[in-house]
Design a protein around this ligand. Structure first.
Ligand code: ATP
Ligand code: MG
Length: 303
């Protein structure tokens, strides 16, 4: 469990990025921070692995104040996936994935084996292992970024707009893959996006932020959709615009997120078994754009 207690971050130039933020992020669930540009999402995320330290307040992981932990060790024990994958251009795919384990002293051969297994986990063919990032598509690069985030088998995975830079179809594939991984790996995920549909698709807990890291509303997607806290949230979820008004419809046991024009924005499966998407599904909707990578090779041997 991650807990923010009255956390404030003021940058040296006076910018108040986050003010008096308190929230519990439950273990083994996905919390999504969603809000417009400058609302403090990245700052909130980076305070968890001490890339940014709060000006006041504390953050605890499983009851331990992270200010008492060495930042480098903390950072190496938490997965971090950034926008544009953040891959090292002069290292091969497999070496990108193995970077942090190697830094932590894992023997080269073992690190390579683990990295190859992680390529399977994220649905990448092992034949790509010795390519350089520039020789991959944008979506493949993002998958490598996710594999790298998982490489130290972290309990916590931080993801900062990881799918922001890819086209909508690939983005939908990556979202579905992440949903599969959430069930398979059972990590505590903190995900940042400015896309409310992505937030509702991926979040167990969704936190809608205004400027200054102010919580406009926190809840499950259905709670927020059913009962927007105020005008700000209502307009954010599109409830008062008609056009994008999102709502859930239940079809054959799956909750489907639908916009007001009947377009499917995503599928929320109701049990773990149903959450592995079929290899080929409706091609028209986002929900159907699943990858055909099928069963993961790693099974349930990771958290
Ligand atoms: N190093 C810094 N120095 C000064 N101000 C900063 C710094 N980093 C961020 N800020 C400011 O803090 C506020 C929050 O920034 P943050 O990066 O957390 O926003 P964000 O919600 O992630 O935005 P985006 O969606 O654009 O990524 C912004 O006003 C930003 O300009
Ligand atoms: Mg940001």
């Amino acid at each position: 469990m991650i807990e923010y207690r009255s956390v404030t971050k003021q940058f040296p130039d006076g910018t108040l990025a986050v003010e008096d933020f308190s929230l519990v992020l439950p273990s083994r669930q996905t919390t999504v921070f969603v809000g417009s540009s400058g609302s403090g999402k990245t700052t909130l995320l980076r305070m968890i692995n001490r890339m940014v330290d709060p000006t006041s307040g504390t953050i605890e992981i499983d009851g331990v104040d992270i200010a008492t932990l060495a930042p480098v060790n903390l950072r190496r024990s938490i997965g971090y996936v950034m926008q544009n994958s953040g891959l090292l251009p002069h290292r091969t795919v497999v070496n990108n994935v193995a970077t942090v384990p190697l830094l932590r002293g894992v023997p080269r051969q073992k690190a390579r084996e683990n990295a190859l297994a992680l390529l399977d986990t994220v649905g990448l063919d092992r034949s790509l292992a010795d390519r350089y990032p520039s020789q991959l598509s944008g979506g493949q690069q993002q998958r490598v970024g996710v594999a790298r985030g998982l490489a130290v088998d972290p309990n916590i995975l931080l993801m900062d707009e990881p799918f922001g830079a890819v086209d909508p179809i690939v983005r939908a594939e990556l979202q579905q893959e992440l949903r599969r991984l959430q069930v398979e790996l059972d990590k505590t995920v903190v995900f940042v996006t400015h896309d409310i549909e992505e937030a509702f698709l991926l979040g167990d807990q969704v936190v809608i932020l205004r400027t200054g890291g102010q919580i406009a509303q926190v809840g499950t997607p259905s709670e927020i959709l059913a009962n927007p806290a105020d005008e700000f949230v209502a307009s954010f979820v599109g409830a008062d615009r008609g056009k994008r008004a999102l709502h859930f419809e239940n079809h054959n046991g799956s909750d489907i997120l639908v916009d007001s024009e009947g377009r499917i924005a995503g599928v929320i499966e109701t049990d773990a078994a149903a959450s592995v998407p079929p290899p080929q599904s409706v091609s028209e909707s986002k929900a159907g754009s699943v990858s055909g990578s099928g069963a993961p090779a790693q099974g349930g041997d990771q958290r």
